[in-house]
Each structure stands twice: as C-alpha cells, then as structure tokens.
Design a binder for this molecule. Sequence first.
Ligand code: MN
Length: 479
Amino acid sequence: MSKLYFIPGSQDLYGEECLRQVAADCAEMVDFLNEKLNGVVEVVLMPTVETSRICVEDMRAAMNDDACVGVITWMHTFSPAKMWIKGLQILQKPLLHLHTQANEKLPYDLIDMDFMNLNQAAHGDREYGFILAKMNIPHEVVAGYYKHDHVVESIRQFAEVAKAIAFSKDLTVATFGNNMRDVAVTDGNRLEAQIKYGWEIKYWGIGEIVKLAKEATEEEVDAKMAEYLDKYIMDTDNVESVRQQAAYEIGFEKFMAKNNCEAFTDTFQDLFGMEQLPGIAAQNLMAKGIGFGPEGDYKISAFSAVLMKMAECREGATGFIEDYTYDLTPGKELELASHMLEVPASFARTQPKIQVHHLGIGGKADPARLVFDSVTGDGIQVTLIDLGDHFRIVCADIELVEVPHPMPNLPVAQIMYRHKPNFEIGTAAWCYAGGAHHSVVSTALTRDDIAMFARLTGTELITIGDDTTKADLQKFFMK
Ligand code: MN
C-alpha cells in the first residue's frame, strides 16, 4: 500500500500541553483520513516539526521509504518557516499543503488566548505558504475543514496523482524499433524526459519479440487464446492469425517482465521478422495498464501508462487514442478517433469481437484486432509534447458519444467525441497549442487531475473546454 506522510508543524513556544494537543488532534485527523482513503493510500503521522532538525528527519524518512509517494503538511500552530527550509530541500516527492483546522466552527462563547495559540492555521499556514513560494517548491494547496467532502476528495485526488508520479519516476519504456522516420511529434529529447519524469526509454530490436513469439509453446498460446475467448467474441475463421497475435503478446509480456518495462512502442516501419502488426496483442496489453505508443511514440506510451496508473482506483476508461477524421455537419461536428488497430479494449462498451481484416499499411499479413463500440460520457483528451526547451501538456474536455450511424466497412474499434466549447474553438485551440495526433483519452480523469499532475511536475499546461473563448485563441503566441 502506498503511503502519504503527514507532517504537522508547530513550535515549542506554547508549552508541552499545546504540543500534546497538536499531536492528539493530528492523530485524530490521520485516523479520519485513513478511514476515508482506505484502499487508496495509507496516511502515516510523523513527529511534529518543532525544530529544523525534526523537519530534516521527517523529510529524510519520507525520502527513504519507497512506499511513501508524497507528503501532507499542515501548520496546527504557528511554525516559523525557517525551520522548514532544510527539510524541504531534501523532499523530492509530491507535496500537499493542507490548509485546514482541527475545529470546524469557532467556539465564540469559549474562545480565549489558549485556543488562539493552539489553533492558528490561518497564521501558520501563511508563513509556511510563503516559504514554499520563496523556495519555488511545486506543491498543491487544499483548503477547507478536513472532514468536509470536497477536502477529502482533493486529498484522495492528490494521493492518486502522487501514486502516478511515483510510478512515472520508476517507469521503463521499451521501444521496439525507432520512431517512424518522418513523424515529428513522436520525437523529442529522451534525456529530458528521463530527467523530468523519470522515464527510462530503452531501445531494442523487434527481433526480441519475434524470437520470444516463435519460442512460445502450444500450451502457452492455448492459455492466451483462452484468455481472449474469456473476454472477447471470436468473429473470424482465421484462428491462426489470432494465435499469431497471442504469441506476440506472450513475447511482449515475457520481455517486459524480464526487463521491468511497463510501456512499449512499435512502428510498422520496423516489423522485421513479424508476420503481422501487433493488433489484439497491443489492445489486450493496454487494457491491463501497459502503456503503448505507435510510430515509436515513447512519450505517449509512457504518459498513457502514468495516466492509467492515476485512474486505477476509479470507474471509467483510460488509454491511448489517435485522432483521425471529422464529421463537419454544422452544429453536430464530431471526431472519429480510431487508430488502424490499437484502440485499448478498456474503452469497450460492447463485448469486443476478434476479427481479421486487411491492413493497407505496413505490407504485412492481415492482423487480428478487437472491434467494438466505445463507452460514452464526459471525458478528457490529453497529450504531452516536447518543445525543445520545455514540455507542454494540452488537456481538452470532450464528450464521448455514440456513433450516429453504423460504419460497417470500418473494421476497427470506433471512438467518437464532441469537442468543447465547440468544434471551431476546441480544435483550433488544440492546433494552436501544438497538440499531438496521439493522446490519452479518459472518462475517469478530469482536467483537475491533469492540472495537479502538471503543477507537481512543473509542466506547462494548456487547457481547453467550455471556458475557452475566441479571445483565448487570439492570445496564442503572445509572450
Ligand atoms: Mn499517428
């Protein structure tokens, strides 16, 4: 279970009794949060910071515990912020500044100076907020009484984002082959990606998978086919094609387990020794939380794995999507986002069908793939681009919709969505922002989650939604 360390702040100015009460109130708060966040994260109460030395020890403990994904701080009393400087310099994990109180209401009839000394978050949290700003430390602020639902929800959200960041810092992406030879947006600076997000992006030849797929035993392929038939409907006579995909998936799984990878890329320009482009193999792996990027797109592969991790405790679908084509009927504009093959099975609203169809790209045998209709509802589309001197996240609110008309000749999974605030502004903003044609779509995550991730990782963020206007478009490129 991942942990959040809860580090309260005070000082010794107010006497032993005050410090005992601080510890008792914090223990009650931590118990309450553990009850509410059960199954998501464990909150661990640390010694109250009364000196710089205690702060350093608390932060060292947070850094040395691999299960600790982040830190919550709260100033119950005034806690002079010079005491926090050295500890904060040690902390390299997501930080939540919880701006709260032990009491919801002021006890107007009883309040005296002892109460004021004990309960002064309005005072202490401002002193602490100043030092975070002065030291330019990325952090999230959550304000409100800790038992109120919106505060608990924000802490839960922080825990999920912090878990995703911890996952990101430990993520290895296997790239089988390089980027597609001429595609720009999939490229970038792998060193910067590792320095900023932790992604170890490692190249291997696709022959590694060819070899493992060839070595897969009949029994292993039978077991994988049983897994497919348990989840999906066989809708083809070409079982051999499906067995080939099963062997590929076995190859990917073995290779990635051995090399500790949780995301991968391939490219149809480098399928040497493969008979098909991985279709159902990639779709089924994505549904298990494995990141995937086509065309050698290591950024979207890693980012999709990170966002699937963020969403793992929530309802809804999250995964890689590729933008394709529009219906531009006035007032009813829609986008059909359906890659050649690799749409994650997690988006299925209907039970996916396994079909084998010709693929005009890549010059390989007809690949087996999953065909299904998509979930519907509010969601986000989010991408990460590398601009050379910085990364940018673009996040747009969208509405996933049912296809308005059957598409019997399109043998791939079909995802359709409506842009916000409308087609004209929403897609123009995406283009101005440099948003890629590869993205992550989620009906589980929100713009707030992405904003928190962007803030905690120090990434530029452009958001698009009902609050985006024509005036916003006019401001693009204004420095
Ligand atoms: Mn593409």
